[in-house]
Design a protein. Structure first.
Length: 160
């Protein structure tokens, strides 16, 4: 692959990452689906990707290494998404990341109501799906695909 194509791939990943974050905000703020804590964590690889690619574009340096770093970022995103899907499907129990923060020792009704309003969304509840597929499941496949692509590019990278 020629250097021009490497830049094209980086730009496509950048555009896709920006789209993913904007879509997550659209689902949350426009459609009104509150994300769980794992959903919020699954945004971090895309934010990291945006920052990394912008830095590579600005400094025009370490392009090859950026593909290795991107593959590691997307691998982490894949593992997080797989974990989330496992919780959604009931294969894995929810962790402290997903738990609610309601204090059982409070006896005042107004305090209990205030805490219930701030209740954390459960990671096992799918509040938004596309064609019956949760966003965590979609993210699993996308992140795994991007991991493979960026890793292959890293190993096949040639600079002239």
């Amino acid at each position: 692959m020629r250097p021009l194509k490497y830049k094209t791939v980086l730009n496509l990943i950048l555009i896709f990452s920006v789209f993913s974050i904007l879509f997550a905000f659209y689902v949350e703020y426009i459609l009104g689906h509150k994300p769980c804590n794992l959903c919020l964590l699954q945004r971090l690889p895309y934010i990291g990707t945006i920052i990394l690619i912008v830095l590579v574009i600005i400094f025009k340096n370490l392009e090859k290494m950026s593909f290795l770093i991107l593959s590691l970022i997307f691998l982490a995103g894949s593992l997080l998404a797989i974990y989330h899907v496992g919780i959604e499907r009931g294969l894995i129990s929810e962790s402290f990341v997903c738990g609610n923060n309601i204090d059982a020792s409070i006896t005042d009704k107004s305090e209990i109501l205030k805490q219930l309003k701030n209740k954390v969304i459960s990671c096992k509840d799918v509040t938004f799906a596309i064609f019956g597929i949760s966003l965590a499941t979609i993210n699993t496949f996308i992140s795994a695909f991007l991991t493979i692509i960026t890793l292959l590019i890293f190993f096949r990278y040639e600079k002239k």
